[in-house]
Design a protein. Structure first.
Length: 171
């Protein structure tokens, strides 16, 4: 559904993007090697998170414990009326001794943004205690000394600007 994708990029350009000086995401150099990592480094991510999303509308993110080398996550972006604007289905996977994050976007009616067999793939650039930096996507604790108290999720758009979510644990 290209019109929604184009519309979302326009929204991000004006409503959720940060200037380049405040980059939360990292980008690997051409041909970079992902560092060794396993899902046991990501246990701080498990749970349900809530906060402001695009345009201040509610956003929800959930992560399940690992099963068979994969953590499954979902992201829900609501609109200002509380209806689903779009969702993401996420797989955080162990692959070739490192981690990779794959995701697919869906409209509110469950039609996909990517082609049927297509998905976005984010390769791991760096991993730290309470933080995973993928090529253009970051997942980290708001405070690395207090896992479980907050989640920062950031994605770099094609424009180079970022969409930033600061989420709290859901009660």
């Amino acid at each position: 559904m290209k019109p929604l994708w184009t519309g979302l990029l326009a929204i991000l350009a004006f409503g959720g993007a940060l200037p380049l000086a405040a980059q939360e995401t990292r980008v690997g150099e051409e041909g970079f090697q992902s560092p060794p990592a396993t899902l046991d480094r990501m246990d701080w991510l498990i749970g349900q998170w809530v906060g402001d999303g695009i345009g201040g509308a509610p956003a929800l993110e959930s992560w399940l414990p690992p099963t068979g080398g994969t953590m499954v996550g979902t992201f829900v972006q609501q609109n200002e009326d509380g209806a689903i604007q779009f969702t993401e289905h996420l797989y955080l996977m162990e692959e070739e001794g490192t981690l990779v994050l794959r995701l697919k976007h869906f409209n509110a009616d469950l039609t996909g943004w990517e082609e049927k067999d297509g998905m976005l793939t984010f390769r791991l650039v760096a991993i730290e205690d309470c933080a995973a930096y993928f090529h253009g996507l970051t997942l980290r604790c708001t405070d690395p000394t207090k896992p479980g108290e907050g989640l920062v999720a950031a994605v770099r758009m094609q424009s180079g600007n970022e969409l930033l979510f600061i989420l709290e644990p859901m009660d």
